[in-house]
Design a protein around this ligand. Structure first.
Ligand SMILES: Cc1cc2nc3c(=O)[nH]c(=O)nc-3n(C[C@H](O)[C@H](O)[C@H](O)COP(=O)(O)O)c2cc1C
Length: 361
């Protein structure tokens, strides 16, 4: 995978990445034909799209109607979606995901407890829609012998993603989900060699990166991290040290990119001003560095010009503007996003019905 180098002429357009966005429209955990239109609308020739978080196994799920990539049916269902993105010249990575303890027994096979690095329960949380309250079943702590199976699930998911036609995978190591649960000291209370020191807490993430790299090749692998985020009760006492340690230690794998969420993202969708910065991690990581979180056209371009990032991922703005790169190029006005339709299961409304520039006026 060859990403842009500094100074490329396509600076504005091709540095605009579609951030991974859960849309909860994959009925029965199977990607649906309506995703063909949604993703192809958001494709620009040479631009990178990251698919919504996609479960690696039947224990990976924690939300209704989110896609998976562990069955043959799911792999087949992704194919026409990936083909549509490729037909328009896009580069498409699949975000592979395990929610860990952010789940309920109703999402789990045989109603079993969700798995995590810990058995500490998660208190009920207000859902992203700001209204509903999500309940979680107390997790079961993985035994040390079980960890290789979960690593293997990520490896198989990556293999399946390549079979489905994706150009690569983004390992979801952010936002309080399983990999993040291992990394963060607010959650991880293990006393074996997966807990305690930074090196130990990051071991699970490293094992997954290594397994996935060995399976599909380093140039097809990215990882997303949110060291500063603390949602889902997954904070760390020293996020700068964690972020820096991961940025440095990932260098040995030569992966396609490292994608970090800005410290200013207090929740998945709320931006606050803060003094921390990703610049030390950007400097420590030797490959392509992607940032996300609260960016608009102006500060995204500024981040690239000031060499604080190679790529900028846009979430909510891209959700609401299928032609976001073109609008940025022209500095055109943007559609506003509607939070109420982010996670509804409608195959069209709030999904593929945001207007393109030509039809906006
Ligand atoms: C509707 C919605 C769904 C999201 N789903 C995911 C997801 O599946 N995986 C992920 O890593 N982040 C997810 N995020 C976070 C976004 O990728 C992004 O980091 C966040 O929206 C901040 O960027 P923005 O200010 O450009 O929207 C989601 C955010 C929103 C609003």
């Amino acid at each position: 995978m060859h990403f842009l180098r500094q100074g490329s002429i396509e600076t504005v357009i091709l540095r605009v990445v579609l951030a991974p966005l859960t849309r909860q429209r994959s009925y029965g955990n199977v990607p649906q034909p309506h995703a063909i239109l949604y993703y192809s609308q958001r494709t620009t020739k040479g631009g990178l799209l990251i698919a919504e978080a996609t479960g690696v196994s039947d224990t990976a799920q924690g939300y209704p109607q989110t896609p998976g990539i562990w069955t043959k049916e799911q792999v087949e269902a992704w194919k026409p979606i990936v083909n549509a993105v490729h037909a328009k010249g896009g580069i498409f990575f699949c975000q592979i995901w395990h929610v860990g303890r952010v789940s309920h027994k109703d999402f789990q096979p045989n109603g079993q407890a969700p798995i995590s690095c810990t058995d500490k329960p998660l208190t009920p949380q207000i859902r992203a829609n700001g209204v509903d309250v999500a309940q979680f079943t107390p997790p079961r702590r993985l035994t040390i012998d079980e960890i290789p199976q979960i690593v293997n699930d990520f490896r198989l998911a990556a293999k399946n993603a390549i079979e489905a036609g994706f150009d690569g995978v983004e390992i979801h190591g952010a936002h309080g989900y399983l990999i993040d649960q291992f990394m963060k000291d607010q959650v991880n209370d293990r006393t074996d060699h997966y807990g305690g020191s930074l090196e130990n807490r990051c071991r699970f993430a490293h094992e997954i990166v290594e397994a996935v790299v060995n399976e599909i090749g380093a140039d097809r692998v990215g990882i997303r991290l949110s060291p500063f985020a603390s949602y889902m009760e997954s904070g760390d006492s020293n996020p700068s040290a964690l972020g820096l340690y991961m940025a440095e230690s990932l260098n040995k794998y030569g992966i396609a990119y490292c994608h970090m969420v800005e410290p200013r993202m207090k929740t998945v969708g709320e931006k606050v001003e803060c003094p921390e910065s990703l610049v030390p991690m950007r400097k420590a990581f030797k490959g392509t560095f992607m940032v996300a979180g609260g960016y608009d056209r102006g500060d995204g371009n500024k981040a690239v010009v000031e060499d604080r990032a190679d790529l900028v991922a846009y979430g909510r703005l891209f959700l609401a503007n299928p032609d976001l790169p073109r609008r940025f190029e022209l500095d055109a006005p943007l559609n506003k996003y509607n939070r109420d339709t982010f996670y509804i299961s409608d195959p069209v409304v709030g999904y593929s019905d945001y207007p393109f520039l030509e039809t906006t006026a």
